[in-house]
Design a protein around this ligand. Structure first.
Ligand code: TPP
Length: 292
């Protein structure tokens, strides 16, 4: 097909190294949340931090120095409000500098908007933010890849609340109908929406069965267990296969900061200096607890 080859996916990290990188991502998120004057979607950033680390450092075949390589995997952040988590994960992977994000995040005309913009920021594959649109776009990208005989993957990260949108299920049905084994959806199943717990508003369960009923391969993991995320990525079917895969990641909104976890007040917010110190101490404590 005249494609140049893309030799590696993420660098060959061990699970322990990936855990360290996820910790770095959470620390940098909290610092940004402590310096930026507006609200940051910190709850859903922290729930997605391990998934985004596993993808950008391990799962996605992307090369930050070769952004237009046609055989690169494509990533769509359907839960676009977690843009800053993706930016920082990408900066850790070497796409751009963390300082550049901190300097302009959320400002008018910044490349680092509260929602991602592919025109403004090289490396971002899709502009998102209006929930329910990412998976339909990812289906189109996967279909296009098939039509061109390309063998890369299209990977999409959704929020579980977002999957209350009907467009997600139209896309799910189209993906199976078109036998898109080159499409993978990760769902950040933190069981919280913006102002309520998920099950209070929408009956999601039996959630894995719903995806299975739409003909998808269903994988269910602890979205904060790096070993499980790596195993799920390793076990993805060939892109030439005929079924899309969903990896349902059980997560905790605010993960790593005790006063944010399961707390509806932290869908979005900002940290003053004292709260930043408290949050960093909580993050360190949670890391110590998990490594015992
Ligand atoms: C179409 C649309 N409606 C509403 C919003 C506002 N909004 C932003 S985040 C959010 C909650 C999303 O919940 P979920 O998908 O579970 O994300 P998470 O809890 O992981 O942050 C809402 C309603 C939006 N961005 N797009």
């Amino acid at each position: 097909m005249g494609q140049t080859s893309l030799s590696t996916g993420g660098s060959p990290h061990t699970v322990a190294e990936l855990e360290d990188l996820a910790f770095e991502l959470r620390s940098k998120l909290l610092h940004l949340c402590g310096t930026y004057e507006g609200a940051v979607h910190i709850g859903g950033d922290l729930s997605a931090a391990d998934i985004l680390t596993a993808l950008f450092e391990y799962g996605l075949h992307v090369d930050p120095t070769d952004l237009r390589n046609p055989s690169r995997d494509r990533f769509v952040l359907s839960k676009g409000h977690a843009a800053v988590c993706m930016y920082i994960a990408m900066s850790i992977r070497g796409f751009f500098s963390y300082e550049g994000i901190v300097d302009t995040y959320g400002q008018l005309d910044s490349a680092y908007g509260m929602h991602p913009c592919k025109v403004q920021l090289p490396g971002v594959e899709c502009s998102t933010g209006s929930l329910g649109h990412g998976l339909p776009i990812a289906v189109g990208m996967a279909l296009s890849a098939r039509g061109r005989g390309e063998s890369h993957r299209v990977v999409c990260l959704l929020g579980d609340g977002e999957t209350g949108e009907g467009s997600v299920w139209e896309a799910a049905m189209a993906a199976r109908s078109n036998e898109l084994g080159n499409l993978v959806a990760f769902v950040d199943r933190n069981r919280q929406l913006m102002t309520s717990f998920a099950e209070e508003r929408v009956v999601f369960e039996p959630y894995p069965d719903k995806w299975a009923a739409f003909g998808w391969n269903v994988v269910h993991v602890d979205g904060h267990d790096m070993g499980q995320l790596v195993d799920a990525i390793d076990a993805l079917p060939e892109t030439s296969s005929d079924r899309p895969t969903v990896v349902i990641c059980e997560t905790v909104k605010g993960k790593g900061v005790d006063f944010m976890e399961h707390n509806l007040a932290w869908h979005a917010g900002s940290l003053g200096a004292a709260d930043l110190e408290r949050a960093m101490a909580a993050l360190e404590a949670s890391r110590t607890k998990e490594s015992v």
